[in-house]
Write a protein that binds this ligand. Structure first.
Ligand SMILES: C[S@@+](CC[C@H](N)C(=O)[O-])C[C@H]1O[C@@H](n2cnc3c(N)ncnc32)[C@H](O)[C@@H]1O
Length: 195
């Protein structure tokens, strides 16, 4: 069975049960790339559900192929744009943990408007996460790290918590950046109740 999730209707909100067949929440790897991290997490935590979201078809196909080969039945892969997924596709409160790993940092100032995390993104993220849901963010780009942390730190909707992951495999991009000697920045935030 392929792990690709191909929606019949892109204009309705999708529950976790509609995507996986059961359950109320899942972990999401946003921009999962070739899926190295997603596959290792799914194998390590067979009791959890993992959804990879990725816009490039070739990468989606690779993750589907590899998850079938490894007989992982707790993975789904969705080909969709990240902001659309969070704002319009996934039902509110569905995501227990959002992994946001080595996203495109859009380093040039004139391209900062293309960064996923903007002030308007914070309530979108808050709505998509379940109660006490978490965002786990890693990047090699100091400027984007500061940008994301500034916005989350300034918001009453999130609180920063310690990065205390007992098992957290390195992604394909992390391995590449580390091989080039680049430092890696990590931050974890928890969703707060909106007052
Ligand atoms: C730099 S790669 C990182 C891949 C993986 N997270 C890793 O660390 O190895 C960024 C990934 O996000 C995907 N991506 C970028 N913008 C996206 C968007 N707006 N919606 C969905 N996927 C996106 C890219 O196609 C690419 O696979």
């Amino acid at each position: 069975m392929s792990s690709a999730f191909v929606p019949k209707d892109f204009f309705q909100l999708h529950s976790v049960a509609a995507i996986f067949g059961s359950g109320e929440s899942c972990e999401v790897d946003l921009g999962c790339g070739d899926g190295g991290f997603l596959l290792q997490m799914a194998a390590h935590y067979p009791e959890r559900r993992f959804l990879g979201v990725e816009r490039l078809l070739g990468r989606v196909r690779k993750v589907c192929r590899d998850s079938t080969r490894q007989q992982l039945d707790n993975i789904k892969v969705l080909r969709l744009e990240s902001r659309y997924f969070l704002e319009w596709f996934i039902a509110p409160g569905s995501i227990s943990r959002l992994h946001y790993l080595f996203p495109d940092p859009w380093p040039k100032e004139k391209h900062h408007k293309n960064r996923l995390v903007q002030d308007s993104f914070i309530p979108v993220l808050h709505r998509a996460l379940a109660e006490n849901g978490e965002i786990l963010f890693k990047t090699d780009h100091d400027g984007y790290y500061q940008w994301v942390c500034e916005r989350l730190d300034a918001s009453p909707l999130f609180e920063r918590v310690e990065w205390d992951e007992p098992y957290y495999p390195k992604t394909d991009f992390q391995l590449q950046w580390e091989a080039m000697g680049k430092p890696i920045f990590s931050a974890k935030y928890r969703r707060c109740h909106a007052s």
